[in-house]
Write a new protein. Structure first.
Length: 151
């Protein structure tokens, strides 16, 4: 007659807690720390808002007029469009040129399930430049920096 071996769950719990801790530390390393966001205000979405120059404020105003409906206040995304405040939009993966092309030609759905982005003919190339500057400064203030794109 075979005896049923009892499982020692405590070792599995220890391993599980250890794995969760490693995952949490790894994910936390991608987020900006408190020291990285000195002298910045945090808005209600937890986004660090730097003190923008007057020139960049023009880009913010243009973003608010043309992009906020889909990309959200402070580029945090909506149910209609993705958050540009995500590391996937870092300059190494989505260059400034990608922004120009998306505004001019629209963009096919690729990273998110929001559908295609239609062209935005009402936004001039000069306005896109100002919007990009605003988005890049906002990204930088929140720890989103250039990362080489790897496939």
């Amino acid at each position: 007659m075979k005896m049923k071996k009892e499982i020692n769950w405590s070792k599995y719990l220890v391993i599980g807690f250890f794995a969760v801790g490693i995952i949490a530390m790894t994910l936390n390393s991608f987020l900006p720390g408190k020291d990285d966001i000195k002298d910045l205000e945090l808005n209600d979405n937890g986004i660090a808002l730097p003190s923008f120059s007057k020139e960049v404020m023009v880009g913010k105003q243009l973003f608010d007029m043309n992009c906020v409906a889909c990309h959200g206040r402070n580029a945090t995304g909506t149910e209609q469009g993705p958050p540009l405040m995500h590391k996937i939009y870092n300059p190494g993966h989505h260059s400034d040129r990608a922004f120009y092309l998306a505004v001019q030609n629209g963009a096919k759905q690729h990273h998110w399930p929001f559908g295609d982005m239609p062209p935005q003919p009402q936004v001039s190339s000069e306005q896109v430049s100002r919007i990009i500057r605003y988005v890049r400064e906002l990204q930088e203030a929140n720890g989103i920096a250039y990362q080489q794109h790897q496939m």
